[in-house]
Write a protein that binds this ligand. Structure first.
Ligand SMILES: [Zn+2]
Ligand SMILES: [Zn+2]
Length: 320
């Protein structure tokens, strides 16, 4: 009897070894929120920035405050960033550019760039990078002479565009820029669609409710949208109204999500206004107001939340 049972056990083990096992196939298309704040200086949410990893390429969209810190928490060397894409020139989206560029040139493992820093953005990118080169001329001159760092690693390559369309295409990755609407005086301002292996991720950029976001976001695997809100008492103040008028309130983002129907919708660039007397709304307020107009899959992004895009979109929250 015992012998029979052992034989049966051996047989089932053999079956286990031969049968194809469901393995979690890790996707090589991944989006990670590096910073999810507005300009507000806070420790838990850094400035706006998003990392895209697609096959053997890595991109950063916007470089807000703290980008090198978040990248290095992921052990992603700044030298591995192929292109920095910029959505618009509000300082919260570009204040990390010199840090990414110059700290990424330093020799330790977090840096070590030996090829030009490649920037793609709407008109304004050249001016920004020309002026940064002037602002940091002394640092560059000193490190070239003193530390003998490679001049190619601090060189800058800029591609500027002035209309919607494909702005980057290489090794199966296609990046399309589209105009959004951040405000009547805030031009240019764009969002980006990144396509890879039949999948896509769309980032709204800073915008009010905009048909172009719906158009490019329709059917995306992942649609990442900005949002802005304040408590009703605070909304009575004209200065607050002006700020919120440059962003999309949650009920309206919900309408964008409901029409675009992405596999997963997510929030980044969370603008929550407050003053000394009136606190900022909560994330529960954000979700409940979104739910008035959208009932599909939704994630409120945190810094280092990542989305693995394959047949499904898997969400990972960062653990130290
Ligand atoms: Zn912004
Ligand atoms: Zn902005």
């Amino acid at each position: 009897m015992r012998k029979v049972m052992l034989a049966a056990a051996a047989l089932s083990w053999a079956a286990f070894l031969i049968a194809p096992q469901p393995v979690h196939a890790e996707s090589d298309f991944k989006v990670t929120l590096l910073g999810t704040a507005s300009p507000q200086p806070r420790a838990d949410r850094f400035g706006p920035s998003t990392l895209i990893e697609a096959g053997d390429q890595k991109f950063v969209i916007d470089a807000g405050r703290g980008v090198p810190i978040r990248l290095w928490q992921l052990k992603v060397s700044m030298s591995k960033i192929d292109v920095l894409f910029i959505t618009h020139y509000h300082s919260d989206h570009v204040s990390g550019v010199p840090d990414l560029w110059l700290t990424g040139w330093l020799p330790p493992p977090f840096g070590g760039r030996k090829t030009p820093f490649h920037v793609i953005g709407p008109v304004g990118a050249k001016t920004l990078m020309d002026n940064l080169q002037k602002a940091y001329a002394d640092d560059i001159r000193i490190r070239l002479a003193d530390e003998k760092l490679p001049p190619e690693g601090v060189a800058v390559e800029v591609d500027e565009f002035d209309k919607d369309g494909v702005v980057y295409e290489k090794n199966g990755v296609k990046v399309t820029a589209f105009t959004n609407h951040h405000g009547d005086l805030i031009h240019p301002s764009v969002g980006y669609k990144i396509e890879y292996k039949g999948h896509s991720a769309v980032i709204s950029g800073d915008t009010t409710y905009n048909e172009n976001v719906i158009k490019y976001g329709t059917g995306a695997d992942l649609l990442i949208h900005e949002v802005g809100m304040a408590r009703p008492e605070l909304m009575k103040i004209p200065a607050v109204q002006r700020i919120i008028a440059h962003h999309t309130p949650p009920e309206e983002v919900g309408k964008v999500f409901a029409q675009a129907k992405p596999k997963l919708a997510a929030y980044t660039h969370i603008v929550m206004l407050s003053n000394g007397q009136i606190p900022e709304p909560t994330l529960d307020d954000l979700v409940s107001q979104t739910r008035k107009t959208y009932s599909g899959p939704l994630e409120v992004g945190e810094d280092l939340t990542s989305f693995e895009i394959g047949d499904t979109v898997t969400v990972h929250r960062f653990k130290q």
